[in-house]
Design a protein around this ligand. Structure first.
Ligand code: PMP
Length: 425
């Protein structure tokens, strides 16, 4: 099928022409990662001047010195407790990266013993994680780096395919974890339904030390008025008699400054003391000055929501532009489908099977850098070679529009070449 009464041959011819013009333009555009636009970073400009001459926390901790609660400043944990759905006493404010906390949890589970475990994961015959796909490439590279086997589970509009998850987790004691981005997931924007959360919390697991790595990176990152709320995973796990099952992660990387904010860990009291016990061996404590600065800047949960509304004003028009251009150029062609997320940082574009790598390669040749095809799957291998992650946040609107126009040309070119290939051979 080709678009709007034009034959495939004609549209391929016009795509070739458009592609040549694109290459001639010599653009250099980058849609690879979910970085913040400098205008978004400017929203937190006051952080540069904070905490000013203040160095005492609300409860009198001198943030310039060692000491204070290993859990991090209480006033900052109070701000994020509701947003991350973690009781304040079970929430840890840590360093600058939640990915680092996920990494540490994996390493400590391998080399230490998580509550409920018979021993160290490293001594087990086999350690595997379920990986809902498409998913976040850094989760997959983290588990791959430690030799943890990754088992793909397809995503549905309500989260991972729970029939498959339940079946695998009940039968296989080697499955120790599952990666979850439950809200506005990376890259397709899926939000887990209440039923999915309930089933994850309640399902029987063959491994007594099975853990849900609940990466709630986009907890407050709405793009529309339909501000999605998801079920409280820690409460659901506790209700189901599995209080230690979930590790919750989050950070201010996309609230204030990426990589220069504060990361959080939340879980049962037993898991929190397990992590803090190990963390105490690697650090005398977190950067409390940065935590104080964030608490003063954000003030309270409403302050975070207000900040996220300002972020949305800058981000939403970019997501709208991507959707508009893809609809104009590819709608009705049968060559692509894409997600329309209500929050988060990414759009997943699906092209015909076997075309994603070639689309990314052609785009790169024309000066448009996209996340590597396959990155959305374990081991960088998308078996259908069809999913491309679009990260619209960093370029300015005009540059973004140019990049998506160019991407649409590449999809038409590669898609039609593929459609005509069997006839030609
Ligand atoms: N989790 C997800 C799902 C992400 O998309 C990102 C950033 N792209 C991170 C974690 C990284 O967060 P942090 O900066 O807190 O390490």
């Amino acid at each position: 099928m080709a678009s709007r009464g034009v034959s495939i041959d004609e549209d391929l011819e016009s795509a070739r022409h458009d592609y040549e013009a694109l290459v001639r333009q010599g653009v250099s555009l980058d849609l690879t990662r979910g970085k913040l636009d400098p205008l978004q970073l400017d929203l937190s400009g006051d952080l540069l001047a904070l905490p000013g001459d203040r160095y005492l926390s609300a409860d009198g901790v001198d943030c310039r010195n060692y000491g204070g609660p290993p859990q991090g400043l209480r006033e900052l944990r109070e701000i994020f407790s509701g947003l991350l759905q973690v009781p304040v006493d079970q929430l840890v404010a840590s360093g600058n990266s939640s990915l680092e906390l996920m990494h540490d949890c994996v390493v400590h589970a391998l080399l230490g013993t998580v509550p409920g475990a018979k021993g160290r994961w490293v001594d087990e015959e086999r350690v595997a994680f379920l990986c809902p796909v498409p998913g976040y490439d850094r989760h997959f590279s983290l588990t791959e780096r430690f030799g943890i086997e990754m088992i793909s589970v397809p995503m549905t509009p309500e989260g991972p395919d729970m029939d498959m998850v339940e079946r695998l987790v009940a039968a296989d004691a080697g499955i120790k974890g599952i990666w979850c981005v439950p809200k506005y997931s990376n890259p397709d924007g899926t939000c887990y339904s209440d039923e999915t959360v309930r089933r994850l919390a309640a399902m029987p697991a063959a491994a007594p030390d099975f853990r849900i790595f609940w990466d709630n990176a986009y907890a407050a990152h709405h793009l529309t008025d339909d501000e999605i709320e998801i079920a409280d995973v820690l409460a659901a796990c506790a209700d189901a008699g599995h209080p230690d099952r979930a590790f919750v992660f989050g950070s201010t990387s996309k609230v204030t400054w990426a990589g220069a904010g504060v990361a959080f860990f939340g879980s049962s009291a037993a898991n929190v003391s397990w992590l803090l016990g190990h963390s105490a061996k690697r650090s005398i404590g977190p950067d409390k000055v940065n935590q104080l600065r964030h608490a003063l800047f954000l003030r309270d949960a409403e302050g975070v929501r207000a900040q996220m509304r300002r972020q949305r004003e800058l981000l939403a028009p970019k997501f709208e532009a991507v959707d508009r251009i893809l609809t104009e150029r590819l709608g009705g062609t049968g060559l692509a489908t894409w997600s329309a997320p209500k929050g988060g940082y990414f759009i997943a574009l699906n092209v015909p099977d076997g075309c994603a790598r070639e689309v990314v390669r052609r785009a790169a040749e024309a000066g448009i850098a996209l996340t590597k095809a396959g990155a959305t799957h374990p081991y960088g291998d998308d078996p259908r070679d069809r999913t491309i992650r679009i990260a619209p946040s960093y370029p300015g609107l005009a540059e973004l529009e140019q990049a998506i126009e160019g991407l649409a040309v590449c999809v038409r070119l590669v898609g039609h070449e593929r459609e005509l290939a069997p006839a030609a051979s």
